[in-house]
Ligand binder design. Sequence first.
Ligand code: GLA
Length: 743
Amino acid sequence: MAIVYHESGRTFHLYNDTISYIMTVMQNGHLGQLYYGKRLRDREDFSHFLETCERPMTACVFETDRKFSLEHIRQEYPVFGTTDFRQPAVEVLQENGSRISDFRYQGYHTEPGKPKLLGLPATYTEDPDEAETLTVTLQDPVTGLKAELLYTIFAQGGILARSVRFCHEGKSPVWLGRAMSLCLDLPDSSYVWQQLSGCWARERHIHSRLLGPGIQAIGSMRGHSSHEHNPFVVLRRPYTDERQGEAVGISLVYSGNFRIQAEVDAHDTLRILAGIDPETFTWKLEPGEVFQTPEAVMVYTDQGLNAMSRTFHGLYQRRLARGCWRDRVRPVLINNWEATYFDFTQERLLEIASKAEECGVELFVLDDGWFGARRGEKAGLGDWQADRERLPDGIGGLAERVEALGLKFGLWIEPEMVNKDSDLYRQHPDWILSAPMRRESHGRFQYVLDFSRKEVVDNLYEQLAELLGNAKISYIKWDMNRSITECCSKGWPADRQGEIYHRYILGVYDLYERLTSQFPQVLFESCASGGGRFDPGMLYYAPQGWVSDDSDAIERLKIQYGTSLCYPISSMGAHVTESPNHQVYRNTPLHTRANVACFGTFGYELDLNKLTQKETAEIKEQISFMKQYREILQFGDFYRLKSPFEENEAAWMVVSKDQKTALVGWYRILNCVNGRYTRVRLQGLNPQYCYKNERSGLCCYGDELMSAGLITSDESAGQVPEGVEPGMDFDSRIYVLKAECPS
Ligand code: GLA
């Protein structure tokens, strides 16, 4: 890994074994983009990559050079309104009404490792040798505003992390109208754009399309990253698949309003922008003030989508998630939500916990309904003390009793919200986000607390620190169940109202930071009506997140498969729930529910007391299987094999780091009569190792399993021979493969 500056051409070359990223200072002082892709050998001069050409009807920067138009030049941080008519990365409104700026090169410095981003989640290094950071400083001579472009190249994998820091060194205030984290101008647009989109209970489905002229964008204006679009896209070549080919993944480490867009211009060049949603953002900078954008992470590979995903998984698992739970296998939990909803007593909870303990569960999680006047959706949010009618011993007492059963105790909270029927709201009605003299819209009868105000965050911190400090709480599920409307704050003046969405998220990060550092042993799981804020920003504070409120195994195949494009298995909260399922009313076999959930953090969300003896025995086996293999399932190398978006079958697998154990999850949606032969070609095995299939006893070499495939066809439908277990819809198997005889 190196960051080299060539003075003769004023060119920067950042490279490691996988990638090269090359930029140059252009004749107008702006930074131009020369190359991004597979590693190139370094050389003194890369100026031949700067393509300019004289085109008719073009606006030019200099009268002396009709070739130099920003419209046709690839740039690092393009501005608005000066010969480039594509969407800019930055827009600066000035007191005189002008929005024109001119960020010119001032200098650069490099440093080992990676600096922290103030108040924001970001990837990090533990050892300075893991990465190197380049800061290029640009300044607008008229306003005095400085833009520092930060580029961190990691030693391992094709990873580049980027962000921008604005430092206002001028004399009059300016307003940032947009301040994107990343601009990436690429020389051609021959890419398939893949996004993870959906809605509540149908999050992160993979949608793909070939890029064409104009703008293709995803984003959120909801105040959270959203169920609708995840802050992540992939640009892959049309020939790229899971196993081979070029792809670039772009991921924004942010949980608020965002936008990621691709703009294809008239000459088929491509501009990618990623950052805070410019529509819902302005930020006033007084002289001396600093604004830091969120971080954007780019991963390049020429080895296919699985390689890109594994790079993201490794980075986000080990250098984004933090704390003692980062590298630890996650406890098998039971959550009472789908078992009881709001209808529970202390006795009922203890019955569920007790049965769970008998089955091998390690953590009991009490979900919504334990606090204030919370008997349903209409009351209680904001009052984080136990409802003593329901829980006579309080949370401390209940936690003791659960621990006495042999389980750890976990608790649900939703700190960002308030019901009007709560003591907190009665005391502080002005603490919700709302616009003067306008109707206040609700979501689930709840209102959003104004986390842009420090006194609000402080109040929640004090309530929650008291709760966590006085009870044996080992786990917190931090929920967030509505989008933000009427986003105005009574705590900020009129000319700072454009900052509230971002300040809100900074407040959420601040509360997370305080609680996770004060209670480092607590495992945090993020949640937002399922997967409404499942993003890298949250992963920095909570190493796992509830993937979706849809817990049906078959729906989860798509959701977890899509999620795996960017996020590691250890981050995916996945539970076995009742059949028929509570969201789609589908009946699925118990083994399939577990076979899907075990490619996640794994837990149960049903009343185990209601199960038959046979089912209880099966659950005990599932839990002991999970305990045996969770290190590999959660921290091994993950590969997608067959897409549930494309076929009647889905498959994925994990391989242990030493390649000696692999677990293949195979799922058939509908059973087939007299069906075709099926097999699945595995990945990530050692071709030399001979793997014993624990189901069939058959031994096959890694190369056979990867090239010829693992045979999954069976005789379980049609005329089922004697002795063969008939198949069923929604069937599944986990194949355990163990290297017996490395040759
Ligand atoms: C959200 C969560 C659920 C559950 C409920 C409780 O919908 O996603 O898992 O916690 O809230 O109200």
